[in-house]
Design a binder for this molecule. Structure first.
Ligand SMILES: NC(=O)c1ccc[n+]([C@@H]2O[C@H](COP(=O)([O-])OP(=O)(O)OC[C@H]3O[C@@H](n4cnc5c(N)ncnc54)[C@H](OP(=O)(O)O)[C@@H]3O)[C@@H](O)[C@H]2O)c1
Length: 439
């Protein structure tokens, strides 16, 4: 089987190294010779620490994709449009199997590309596109085929999980940890894509499609990043028995599918709270299997190459590996978004309240108007103002108040917070974090 690899960066070079190390075993297992016969990248002269001298070089990945020199096109360039899209479309149109790690491409063009693959009777495989080395696509497609999935959720971005873990362990502010993550190479120079939740949302949109047989609907995901999480939130969460995680959650509800990516509080004793640093995890609730949690490396040259190789192995063994989104593209249901504000659960709210008589009573009234009942209200003074320090806050200066609600709807919480803001009793916009009940 002749492999054409476009993109020889972190993942592409990792794949070549993996193949060098395990070629013999893989060839015996698949009954095929596995050779990289053509490659493409931008800079032909770059030292990549791999031997690609036997492969034909293409400056243009689109030309490589449809070339007669290859049987399988492996797209590891990246990007939702441009050369990655054009090359994958060209390879499929030319009747070649495609293996890709590109979640951005599939989140935007997945159904269109799946239709071409199905028309041409070839595979479009993308295990590496979701949660790197964790075999979650295979698990959903194959191992859980006999289940109706009601919920899929997880920690889908290692950069965010690293930052939140460090903030929790070292009490540092978001900006400092982000800088450290950039120095260590865990965060990009422009980190907005990761910390704003877009990367996690790309992955979630693919999981949702496979889990619920719907068209990919990345633009329908409710998205909040981790930029607003402060050490005060991390500290309060810790005292209340929670950890803060950036979660991607997709749940089937009566009105449609609720897809969201946002910071959430999870109980310290839950398995997901234990997933720290750059590690990812995906949990799946199936009607016959129950709750499943897969944990592992979500990125990196080796883990991602491992996932790419599993797709190449499947193509080598079976040729056509089935419809890319399990259900044929024509029969994927249009995505129906759950009614806005319907989400129910408990909430953590942190308010910066002006320390004036009547302020707390006004806040409690606004909550009561929306029938939000409170489990606890805690006034939190900064460390330098704690009793015993002799420092008293000035009357009228803002003081931090943390509220934990009983179960309520998101619509009720939002209405109450809007009214509280309008009343002028708080110095900054409120912080609101959902508390997720997870195993
Ligand atoms: N890195 C990870 O841990 C990881 C994990 C999961 C999924 N992925 C996905 O895997 C894909 C590749 O990621 P990566 O981290 O390996 O990226 P990368 O290190 O930036 O590598 C990208 C490669 O594409 C080549 N390239 C860029 N534009 C090109 C063009 N117009 N024509 C030909 N080649 C071009 C680059 O060539 P030069 O080397 O010559 O510049 C480079 O070799 C992305 O879709 C990413 O989302 C990555």
């Amino acid at each position: 089987m002749r492999l054409g690899i476009a993109g020889l960066g972190t993942v592409g070079a990792g794949l070549v190294r993996l193949l060098e190390k395990h070629r013999e075993r893989l060839q015996t297992a698949t009954g095929k010779t596995l050779n990289v016969t053509a490659v493409s990248a931008r800079d032909r002269n770059k030292d990549r620490g791999i031997d690609i001298s036997a492969a034909k070089w293409f400056d243009d990945p689109v030309a490589l994709a449809s070339s007669d020199d290859i049987d399988v096109f492996v797209e590891l360039v990246g990007g939702e449009d441009g050369p990655a899209h054009d090359a994958v479309a060209a390879a499929l149109a030319a009747g070649k199997h495609v293996v890709t790690a590109n979640k951005a491409l599939l989140a935007k063009h997945g159904v269109e590309l799946a239709s071409i693959a199905e028309d041409k009777g070839v595979s479009l495989a993308y295990e590496a596109a979701v949660a790197g080395g964790i075999p979650v696509i295979k698990t959903l497609r194959e191992a859980l085929a006999g289940n109706e999935v009601s919920r899929v959720y997880g920690i889908l971005n290692g950069t965010c999980n690293y930052i939140l873990t460090k903030m929790q362990e070292e009490g540092l502010p978001f900006e400092d940890v982000l800088e450290e993550a950039q120095d260590l190479g865990y965060a990009e120079a422009d980190p907005t894509f990761d910390i704003g939740g877009h990367d996690a949302a790309h992955k979630l949109s693919l999981l949702t499609s496979i889990a619920f047989d719907t068209q990919v609907a990345f633009d329908q995901i409710h998205l909040e990043g981790i930029e607003s999480i402060s050490p005060a939130d991390i500290e309060a969460a810790d005292e209340l028995g929670y950890r803060i995680k950036l979660l991607g959650v997709a749940v089937r509800t009566e009105t449609g599918i609720d897809q969201r990516v946002h910071p959430a509080m999870v109980a310290k004793h839950s398995a997901i709270a234990e997933v720290s640093g750059v590690t990812n995890c995906v949990a799946i609730d199936g009607d016959f299997v129950g709750n499943l949690l897969l944990v592992g490396p979500g990125a990196g040259a080796e883990a991602t190459a491992s996932a790419v190789m599993s797709d190449i192995r499947d193509v080598a063994c079976y040729g056509l590996t089935g419809a890319p989104f399990v259900t044929p593209a024509w029969s994927l249901a249009p995505y129906q978004r759950a009614t806005l504000g319907q989400h129910t659960g408990a909430y953590y709210i942190r308010l910066s309240v002006y320390d004036r008589p009547g302020a707390m009573a006004a806040i409690a009234t606004r909550m009561a108007e929306q029938e939000v009942s409170l489990e606890s209200i805690v006034q939190r003074r900064p460390k330098h103002q704690l009793p015993g320090t002799g420092v008293r806050p000035e009357l009228g200066s803002p003081t931090s108040v943390v509220l934990i609600t009983h179960e309520t709807t998101e619509a009720a919480i939002r209405a109450a917070l809007e009214a509280i803001e309008k009343d002028g009793k708080i110095a900054h916009p409120p912080q609101m974090i959902r508390i997720e009940q997870l195993r």
